[in-house]
Design a protein around this ligand. Structure first.
Ligand code: 2HG
Ligand code: ZN
Length: 462
């Protein structure tokens, strides 16, 4: 058997020197996540340029007994795309496989390689007059493969669903190097098992996504963005109901932002909400191809004020102003990071329970972790709250995790709504999922990756 020592040389002789980084400072960006919370040490980084090369890399690593850690934009928040610290795992980067293979504005599909940046794919769809409705703060660096492997959420889930609902076809390399080409462009395909679902959201633990066909939508011609302040999350929820009553399925984003989040954004990004201060804020976006959207949104806002649901509010007058309102929301994560240590919780509960969840989690934290500050914000429209807790640097994160996740579990919620498990939540998943569900997951893992070579240590301990 080849020794792991030989691996970088073997990969270099196969793919050429520019495809392999075996040492030096160039390794660094691949070794640690962007928040620098999960530092690892790769055996080397390999950058294949084609699906066949990915398959060859997987086969060679398998012969060498080395694990493969697929990596896209490395923008995940759960440490799912970085190697462990053993120095034996090979990072397989997709940054040389970034082509858009086709855009079909009539068939409403886009086919792209895994390393294609999400924003590049969005722009290609837009240039064809269509919409790729996956929208997240990291879209300038997140990649199609990463978005699929993580089943990314983002701000448009309430209207368009998670990434899963937009994937029509996948190409995947299995743990033995077999290439499965399922790059079909069909809206209807009920022929046998829908195996692609296994790989979407599996975070590279069951197979390696090398290309995807995603569904496009007609591009709405008009959009309207509004920022409102509300008294409390219950009022925000009633506002959501009103927005959906009056604007129907044109509501594409409905984000909740706490006063703490706004204060952090003001402090660290210098951005301020152009409306009176409140305890909570809601950022709403609606989009449509038919005219009359703005009038409908203004009428909706009027009813919101009449009913006392909104305290203050503004509708963006231009695209630039809409971008300014969105910037407030998009700078929360970065501002939180600048503030100091935070313990992240990416949770969901049934939508109508969000206000009670926020109240009970707040009480539980005040009792169990005095001094901790809550930075809550997120995608109220789909029940996903980023319930992040700011703590002193020496605070034990697991205590805070336990307090928050116990409340989540009591509401029948999920400990990861959209960021995934990665390495960050492996223990928490095992704790909160039923043993029968974990056993099923282990059986799937064993069937597809019997030697535990694909992204080991992520999602579950095999
Ligand atoms: C968002 O919604 C992202 O902005 C990041 O999912 C959330 O920083 C976070 O916890
Ligand atoms: Zn989010």
């Amino acid at each position: 058997m080849t020794q792991p020592m030989d691996l970088p040389q073997r990969l270099t002789s196969l793919l050429g020197p520019s495809a392999v980084i075996a040492e030096g400072p160039d390794l660094e960006p691949y070794a640690v996540d962007w928040r620098r919370l999960f530092p690892g040490r790769p055996a080397c980084v390999v950058r294949p340029a084609s699906t066949d090369q990915v398959a060859q890399v997987v086969r060679i690593c398998r012969e060498a007994g080395a694990a493969v850690v697929p990596q896209g934009g490395n923008t995940g928040l759960a440490g799912g795309a970085v190697p462990d610290a053993s120095g034996t795992q090979v990072v397989l980067s997709f940054n040389r496989m970034a082509a858009i293979r086709s855009v079909d504005p009539v068939g409403l599909t886009i086919e792209a390689e895994s390393g294609c940046i999400l924003k590049v794919a969005q722009d290609a769809a837009a240039a064809a007059g269509r919409l790729l409705p996956i929208s997240l703060a990291a879209e300038g660096s997140a990649t199609i493969g990463g978005v699929v492997a993580a089943n990314a959420g983002g701000v448009n889930v309430l209207r368009y669903g998670m990434t899963r609902s937009l994937v029509l076809g996948l190409e995947v390399v299995l743990s033995d190097g077999t290439v499965i080409n399922g790059l079909r462009k069909l809206r209807k395909d009920n022929a046998g098992y829908d195996w692609k679902q296994l790989f979407i959201g599996s975070e590279g633990t069951l197979g390696i996504v090398t290309a995807a066909v995603l569904r496009l939508l007609p591009r709405p011609k008009h959009s309207v963005t509004a920022l409102l302040s509300v008294r409390d999350p219950a009022a925000a929820l009633r506002l959501l109901e009103l927005a959906q009553d009056e604007l129907g399925d044109q509501v594409s984003a409905f984000e909740l932002i706490s006063a703490t989040s706004m204060q952090l954004v003001a402090k660290h990004a210098g951005l301020r909400a152009p409306i009176a201060e409140g305890e909570w804020f809601v950022l709403i976006e609606a989009a449509s191809s038919l005219s009359g959207l703005r009038e409908a949104a203004e009428a909706m806002l009027g009813s919101a004020f009449e009913r006392g649901l909104a305290l203050d509010g503004v509708i963006a007058e231009s695209g630039a102003q809409a971008a300014q309102l969105w910037a407030l929301r998009e700078h929360v994560t970065e501002s939180e990071a600048r503030e100091g240590k935070s313990v992240k919780h990416d949770v969901s509960v049934p939508l109508t329970e969000v206000p009670r969840f926020l109240a009970e989690a707040g009480e539980a934290l005040a009792a169990g972790a005095p001094g901790a500050r809550v930075n809550a914000f997120g995608h109220l429209g789909d029940g996903n709250i980023h319930y992040n807790v700011l703590v002193d640097a020496d605070h034990d994160a697991s205590v805070v995790n336990r307090i928050v996740h116990d409340v989540v579990a009591a509401f029948g919620g999920s400990i990861s709504a959209e960021h995934g498990i990665g390495q960050y939540r492996v223990g928490e998943l095992a704790r909160y999922r039923a043993p029968s569900e974990m056993e099923l997951a282990r059986r799937l893992k064993h069937a597809l990756d019997p030697d535990n070579r694909l992204n080991p240590g992520k999602v579950l301990l095999a």
